[in-house]
Write a protein that binds this ligand. Sequence first.
Ligand code: EPU
Length: 286
Amino acid sequence: IAGPVREHFPLSPLTTFGVGGSADVCIWPASTQDLVTLVKMKEDTSLNIIGGGSNLIISDGDIKGFVLCTKYLSSFSLFRKNNEVDIEVGTGVSLGVLVSFGLRYGFSGMEFGIGIPGTVGGAIIGNAGVQGETVSDVIQWVEVVDESGEVLRFKKEELPWGYRRSVLQERNYIVTACGLRLQAKDPYWVKEKADNFLQKRKSQPRGFKSAGCIFKNPDGESAGKLLDECGCKGLRVGGAIVSEAHANFILNMGDAKAADIWALIEECRRRVFEKTGYVLELEVRG
Ligand code: EPU
């Protein structure tokens, strides 16, 4: 393995929520080949993947097995066509890099990602998006490593995509890279579109450790609105609190444990179910 390998490595600094215990072994694969080697040698050892750590609640105890951090799978190449550009990116590239690329050179398709932390791989796994626009709109292909260590490449059409959902997670694939296609547009138009997306996030809390929205929106409803109407804002367990600004955000007030966050999630879910009948589904992963 070419990338760094560390034992008993604290994981909370690798997440935006800032909770979680230490990994027995934390590894930063430096290439797809590193990943293949790890998958082939793991035998019964469990593999957990961390991308940008922005949609993740890592549990408080020691994390057994290998934790693989995708940060250095960060290749980036461009293939310009007439009015389009095809970009091949490694799974560890941050969404911000793609947003900045589009803004600087006037290419449209990733504006929705403005202000969203996290990596390309995480965005693909959860089909990240904002109000109708998602990463699956611009994807051309996805490269993964499967459970036997085989490298596979799928065209976008070969993989079902849904709201905050892809099949990659269900199939236990590790995303290594993908191809995206962006459209050439007037740079001022791209900037205005990105600014509009940023505007939509103004009601969300800033300056706190969190994992963005905790729950998915049920069909035709807003989880934040339901949670608000059920009196969840301000609920607190230990160091975790439901944001007063947006009820679908849980904030780490500094000393939260993963267990506090899970207890708060359960309380919120219970309240919403009892009052409205909706069973809220998690957007974050545990
Ligand atoms: N609302 C309330 N109270 C609240 C929160 C929201 O009444 O505490 C109301 C709002 O006033 C609005 C409606 O609910 O009328 C929808 O709220 P908002 O516009 O904030 O959108 P959302 O559905 O809560 C979705 C995404 C966000 C994304 C915003 C961009 C999901 C689960 N959430 O939020 O994504 O940033 O749209 O507008 O799809 C994330 O994925 O982590 C995330 C935060």
